[in-house]
Structure formats: C-alpha cells, structure tokens
Design a protein around this ligand. Structure first.
Ligand SMILES: *[C@@H]1O[C@H](CO)[C@@H](O)[C@H](O)[C@H]1NC(C)=O
Ligand SMILES: *[C@@H]1O[C@H](CO)[C@@H](O)[C@H](O)[C@H]1NC(C)=O
Ligand SMILES: *[C@@H]1O[C@H](CO)[C@@H](O)[C@H](O)[C@H]1NC(C)=O
Ligand SMILES: *[C@@H]1O[C@H](CO)[C@@H](O)[C@H](O)[C@H]1NC(C)=O
Length: 475
C-alpha cells in the first residue's frame, strides 16, 4: 500500500513539469511574451528604492515575470507584453521583499501603468531614523488601474493622508492600518465611488468624520475608522451608506447623539462605537438594524434606559455590550427574547429592579456581566448556570442583590462571586458564613459555606425520582 502511494507520488512528480509546460506552451503567445524595457527598468528602480543599494535586483531577477519571479510581485499580460499588476512589500512570506531602514518611494512606481494592487507591511518602521510620508503627487497616473492600496504596521509612516488619493477612482479598497498618520480624513476620499472597504484604523487622525463621505460611497461595505482621535458628531449622512455591513468608529472622541438615520442601515451586522463620548440614550431607530449581530456601545456617557427599545426586532443579535454607558431603569424581559445572544454586558451602569431569571435560559449565552449596578431581589439562576459560566458571569457590586442558595450551589463552589445569600435562607443555615461583598477572595472560600437550607429543593428532586421510577415500571 505504501509502495503504491509512493509510486503514484513519483509519477505525479515526473508528470508535473510536463503538465506545467503543456499549459504554458498551449498559450504560445504567453511563452514568448516579452516585457517592455521601460516597465522592467521601472520595476527594478522601484524595488531597489525599498530594499536599498545592497541588493542587485536586476542581477537576481533577470526575468521578473518569467523564470525568476519575485515573491510578492505579480504580472499579467496585456497586448502581447508582461506588466506588473501587484506589488506586496514586507515580511509576509519567507522570500518576501523586505525594506531597508532607508526605504523610499521612487517616482517610477507611478509608471507601472497596469498596477492593480500595492501593499506595504512593516516596511517604513523607524520613525526616528527616517520617517516617510505617503507621496503627495502622481497617484493620478494610476487612476485607471489601481484597485487596492494598503499600508499596514508602518510606524515610520507619518504625515497626512494625501488628498490626491481621491483621484484613484477605481479603488475598491483603501486600508491604512497601524501607521503614524496624522491630520484629518480628507474630504476628497468621497470621490472614491467604487470603494468597498475604507479602513483607517490605528493612526492619529483627528478632526471630524467628513460629512460628505457618506452619500457618495454607496458601494461601501466596511467603514472602520477606529483607534484614532476623531472628534465631532456622527454625521447623519452615515445613514446613506446603505450597503454597509460593518461600521466601526470605536476608540475615538466622537460626541453627540446616535443619529436616527443609522436605522437605515438594514444590512449592518456590526455596529461598534465603544469608547467615545456619545450621549443621548439608545436612539429608537436603531431597532431597525434588523441584520445586526454585534452592537458594541460600551464606555460612552450614553444614558437613557433599555425599556423603551424594541429588542425583539434585533433577532440576530449575538453580542450586546452596553457596559459603562450610564443606563438606568430595569432589564426588560424582551432582552431574554434575543435567542442568539452569546455575550451580554450590562455592567457598571445604574440598572435597578430584578434580574430576569429567563436570561439563564438563553441557549447560547456564555458571558453575562451585571456587576456594578443597583439590582435588587433574588438572583434566581440554577446552579448549572453558574457552573457553566464560571468567571464569565459577574454580579458583584450590587449591594441589594442576593442569591438563592440550594445545598449543592454553595457546597460545590458555584455560588455567584461577591453576592450574599438571601437573608431568609441564612437564618436556617447551620454554618452561617457571611461572604464579604466585593472582596476579591470570597469566591475561593465559597466551598466552605456549607448550607443545609436546601431541603425543599432536595425533597422535590426525590419526589421526581419516585415519579420517574413509577412511570418506568408501568411502561
Ligand atoms: C439572521 O440570521 C440568519 C441565519 O444566519 C439569516 O438567514 C437571516 O437572513 C438573518 N436575518 C437578517 C434580517 O439578517
Ligand atoms: C444605587 O442607588 C443608590 C441610592 O439608591 C445610589 O446612591 C447609588 O449611586 C446607586 N448606584 C449605582 C451604581 O447606580
Ligand atoms: C466594587 O466597587 C468598588 C468601587 O466602588 C471597587 O473598589 C471594588 O473593587 C468592586 N468590587 C469588585 C469585586 O469588583
Ligand atoms: C479562606 O480560607 C482560608 C482557610 O480557611 C483562610 O486562611 C482565608 O483567610 C480565607 N479567605 C477569606 C477571604 O475568607
């Protein structure tokens, strides 16, 4: 059997060159395709600019679109000639082109007239040694070809996003992540009418979200401006980005209300606005975001309540993060109707009233944070729930909340951490240990809190066993 497989593998290996050449020869035009001298020279000069003078690029790669292909560079065939279509610089794969400390842009880059995709990863890294800026000219020469432009993890890439990028009208993806770019988001980006992805995460961009960005970019699927220093309000025109699937403006300094126009985003699955200065409560129109799966609004001085919102309309919601948003009032039962919910964080708010026991019945729920509120009454979740959730359930710092202990709960150490046992139960306890609320160690000693207060529960269980046995024997 092994021999057979080995023979087959050998056969395949022997056949491979044949298959390859067959494929190439069958397209005789491709095999004989030359590269224009100007295109080849431009490529060499451009790469030399990035890798530094220590390399002899032309010598190492005499046939860059043929038998000496360069890792990260792709070519295609136009009117009988090879042209460069993709340039990816940076340590992605083993033989990738990596940048020298003095890496620089060479103007010949803009002579590569069929360039479709250009990306730089971890290339311009030394901000102290030789900071680099994105060239502010010539991009218009790539207007008919360039579809994606990416700069990722270039800590030495400083300066503003040049407004001339707005002339790259064929662009469908502009990704500038984790660089050191400053200044405002240029209004000119609104001219990129075919853009599907605009991601400017993790820079030091300031100023407002350009209000006119929205109506023009009707094809936009992903808008991510998170982790910057953007200020001002959310423009109501965001509601005109009707194709949007992901909207992430988290970790900025945005203020004002959530505009009701956001409710027009019927295909939105992610709304992440956490860690801003947004206020004015949960805008009612957000209940029209019927496709929403993740709603993350934590760490905003939002205020308002949960009860005036029709949660049932967000049937696909899996993550709801409203921690530290200043909301008050009670938890409406309708939240327990969000059957797909996996993560619910309502901690560090001013919520009052009882905790709906139905929450424990949500089939997928695996994190529930209720700590730091003013809930009252009895926490009526089954022991199995505390056991399943472990540390992903939190209810401490609710001074008027207590939990209903049955014998097993405390004996097996699955009591909710930082919550006292209800008083009427403690009275019948033989060992009435009193866990200190808000003390970081109280859960570790909960196994010592043996309680005999659970007789009714044990009795009913016994009763069920008897009934079950009777049923089984009669069947
Ligand atoms: C909700 O999720 C289901 C399953 O993932 C999907 O088929 C349905 O289209 C979603 N509903 C909306 C309104 O997006
Ligand atoms: C809980 O209520 C008391 C008074 O009723 C109030 O002083 C306190 O700030 C409230 N705590 C929270 C977290 O809302
Ligand atoms: C409860 O809140 C206080 C501040 O109000 C905080 O110091 C303490 O750590 C909290 N307890 C827990 C268990 O988080
Ligand atoms: C937990 O129990 C141990 C041993 O009984 C004791 O030394 C420790 O002080 C207790 N810790 C708390 C927080 O009660």
């Amino acid at each position: 059997m092994r021999n057979f497989i080995a023979t087959k593998a050998l056969l395949l290996l022997l056949l491979l060159p044949y298959l390859f050449f067959y494929h190439v020869y069958s397209d005789a035009q491709v095999l004989s395709a030359p590269m224009e001298k100007a295109e080849q020279e431009a490529l060499y000069t451009v790469i030399q600019g990035f890798v530094g003078e220590g390399w002899n690029v032309a010598g190492l790669y005499p046939d860059p679109c043929g038998w000496t292909m360069i890792q990260g560079i792709s070519c295609d065939f136009f009117n009988g000639f090879w042209y460069i279509t993709d340039i990816n610089i940076g340590p992605v794969l083993e033989n990738s082109i990596e940048c020298a400390p003095d890496a620089k842009f060479i103007p010949q880059l803009f002579e590569l007239k069929h360039l479709k995709s250009l990306s730089f990863f971890n290339c311009f890294t030394s901000s102290s040694h030789q900071p680099t800026t994105i060239p502010s000219q010539n991009w218009d020469k790539l207007a008919n070809s360039l579809e994606t432009l990416e700069f990722r993890s270039n800590q030495g890439l400083i300066g503003e996003i040049p407004s001339i990028l707005g002339q790259l009208t064929n662009l469908n993806s502009l990704v500038l992540v984790d660089n050191a770019l400053t200044g405002e988001v240029p209004q000119e980006l609104a001219k990129l009418v075919h853009l599907k992805r605009l991601v400017l995460v993790g820079n030091q961009l300031s100023g407002p979200i350009p209000p006119l960005l929205a109506p023009n970019l009707a094809e936009l699927l992903i808008l991510d401006l998170s982790r910057n220093s953007l200020t001002g309000t959310l423009p109501s025109s965001l509601g005109d980005l009707t194709s949007l699937i992901k909207l992430d403006l988290s970790h900025n300094l945005l203020n004002g209300r959530l505009p009701s126009e956001l409710g027009k985003l019927r295909t939105l699955t992610l709304l992440d606005l956490k860690d801003n200065l947004l206020s004015g409560g949960l805008t009612r129109s957000l209940q029209h975001l019927v496709s929403l799966q993740d709603m993350l609004l934590s760490s905003n001085p939002l205020g308002g309540d949960l009860v005036s919102f029709n949660w049932e309309s967000l049937a696909n919601l899996t993550t709801l993060d409203l921690s530290n948003t200043g909301i008050s009032g009670s938890i409406p039962e309708s939240i327990a109707g969000l059957r797909r919910l996996r993560y619910l964080a309502l901690d560090n708010n001013h919520l009052t009233g009882i905790v709906p026991p139905k929450l424990a019945a949500l089939p997928w729920l695996n994190a529930l944070y209720l700590n730091g509120n003013n809930f009252t009454g009895v926490l009526e979740f089954p022991e199995e729930f505390y056991k399943r959730m472990g540390r992903r359930f939190a209810s401490w710092n609710n001074t008027k909340l207590c939990y209903n202990s049955i014998a097993e709960t405390s004996a097996s150490g699955h009591a909710p951490y930082g919550v006292e046992q209800c008083k009427h139960e403690q009275d019948v306890n033989v060992f009435s240990s009193n866990p200190k609320v808000g003390d970081g160690n109280s859960d570790k000693n909960s196994s010592f809190m043996v309680s005999f207060g659970g007789f009714p529960a044990s009795f009913s269980e016994l009763w069920w066993v008897v009934v079950s046995i009777l049923l089984l024997t009669t069947l």
